[in-house]
Design a protein around this ligand. Sequence first.
Ligand code: ZN
Length: 229
Amino acid sequence: MAVYCKDGKTIKSKKSKQCEVLAAAIDPDKKMVALTFDDGPGRYTKQIVNCLKKNNAKATFFVIGSQIDSYKSSLKAASEIGCDIGNHTDTHPEMTKLSEEEIKNQISRTDKKVKKVTGKTPTLVRPPYGSVNGKVAQAVGKPMILWSIDTRDWQTRNKEKTVNAVMENVKDGDIILMHDIYKPTKEAACTLIVQLKRKGYQLVTVSELAKYRGYKLTKGKVYHSLQKR
Ligand code: ZN
């Protein structure tokens, strides 16, 4: 049960009775959503991380292994503010067309690269193109996170359209798909972080959303949203 201070932005600590900005102060009774960014890390990742940090918000980055070497510090920064780093394969293939061994290699190569930079092995996978079948589910061996709101930011490359795609449809438990490799998406993300918070949404990672909405994420299972059940 969160007790908010007069400013509505900070929370009263039980121990010290003082107003503190607590990163872990997620109120399960309040609305929450997960912003997710695919195909990075890229040239706009760090700016998105800065917007998140400034607003005490978090997101999930589903990264491509082959991108990591060029943007190590961005990836590290995202992890350091408490964002989830998920696995989006090494070279972004359509995994349904690969052999089981190739799928396993795609996942393990990116796992290793992320671990090397952040110290943590990704627990979640987003299959490129949302393309999944039984073979993929078996070979990936981790929960697979799809989305409930597709901003189509890669197609429109338009800040307003990306913002509207979210604000006109958002509800508690949504998983929102964006790509942190486009400038309009970076601009949209920074606007969305502020607007969603203003509407009472907490911006949490996919793992946090699952935890607070009572889901135990299971290996090989596909999730589109994590709404209260
Ligand atoms: Zn992708």
